[in-house]
Design a protein around this ligand. Structure first.
Ligand code: NAD
Ligand code: KDG
Length: 233
């Protein structure tokens, strides 16, 4: 059975991805650094949970060296600290999780993925394309994830490893809870969203499922929006 590891896989978009892949017949490891999330995760057939901190090299090395097979890595772990990101320590922390954490897991997964001609899906954002004045570190990290994805795709194609990224729009998760509870921010977002609604984690999962399938066998180095049309406006 094909095996995927999803970082940040016990909540929000990552959990939506883990559940979509399990429903498509994958064996999924849903990994998170948060013990409370691991405890709260409602298990389903095909999914097991795993402690993994993407900022901790020992944690990453331990988890990946224990794997005997890996067909896909989906990097969903991410944080966003809003205005606090103007503090340099917070800036570095956000980069460490979102960008360096993504690279850490890609590097750790690469030897296993070369054995299976596997694939990576990273999580970029609309903020890979435009800057968010309230989130300088988050914006920089997501611009970085998009470029990292293209660089790795170019380098690892010769090993048969495909590397793509998703760029979710406004998705209903805890990360956007504050925005969804603010009527003025919600109205502003909906005014610019052609589909006039928030996206769901499983709608992001469906895109990841396709990117990891044989149907996407010639697709690498691309960034795929799933945003109800927001980036097109
Ligand atoms: N929600 C949105 O609208 C949206 C839009 C675009 C991109 N994204 C991106 O999607 C991804 C998932 O976001 P979400 O909205 O589901 O947010 P979320 O806060 O619900 O989930 C984030 C996940 O990352 C995990 N995580 C954080 N730090 C970690 C670490 N050091 N090691 C391992 N896991 C860690 C958390 O435990 C959690 O499981 C993030 O990369 C985010 O930037 C979200
Ligand atoms: O697009 C993303 O990656 C987001 O999650 C957007 C943020 O929630 C938003 O920029 C917060 O101000």
């Amino acid at each position: 059975m094909k095996q995927a590891l999803v970082t940040g896989g016990t909540r929000g978009i990552g959990a939506g991805v883990a559940r979509s892949l399990a429903e498509a017949g994958w064996s999924v490891i849903a990994a998170s650094a948060s013990q409370s999330e691991l405890d709260a995760f409602v298990l389903q057939d095909g999914i097991k949970v795993q402690t993994l901190d993407v900022t901790d090299q020992v944690s990453v090395d331990t988890v990946f060296s224990d794997l005997t097979r890996l067909d896909a890595l989906v990097n969903c772990a991410g944080i966003l600290m809003r205005e606090e990101e103007y503090n340099i320590d917070v800036f570095a922390k956000v980069l460490d999780v979102n960008l360096t954490g993504t690279m850490r897991c890609c590097l750790a997964a690469h030897p296993l993925l070369t054995e299976t001609a596997g694939a990576i899906v990273n999580t970029a954002s609309m903020l890979s394309t435009f800057g968010g004045p309230l989130v300088p570190a988050y914006s920089a990290s997501k611009g970085g994830v998009a470029q990292l994805t293209k660089a790795l795709a170019g380098r690892w194609a010769e090993h048969g490893v495909r590397v793509n990224a998703i760029a979710p729009g406004w998705i209903e998760t805890e990360m956007t809870q504050g925005l969804r509870e603010d009527p003025a921010r919600t109205a502003g977002i909906m005014a610019r969203t052609p589909m006039k609604r928030w996206g769901k984690p499983e709608e992001v999962g469906a895109l990841v499922q396709w990117l990891l399938s044989e149907n996407a066998g010639f697709v690498t180095g691309s960034i795929y929006p799933v945003d109800g049309g927001y980036l097109a406006m």
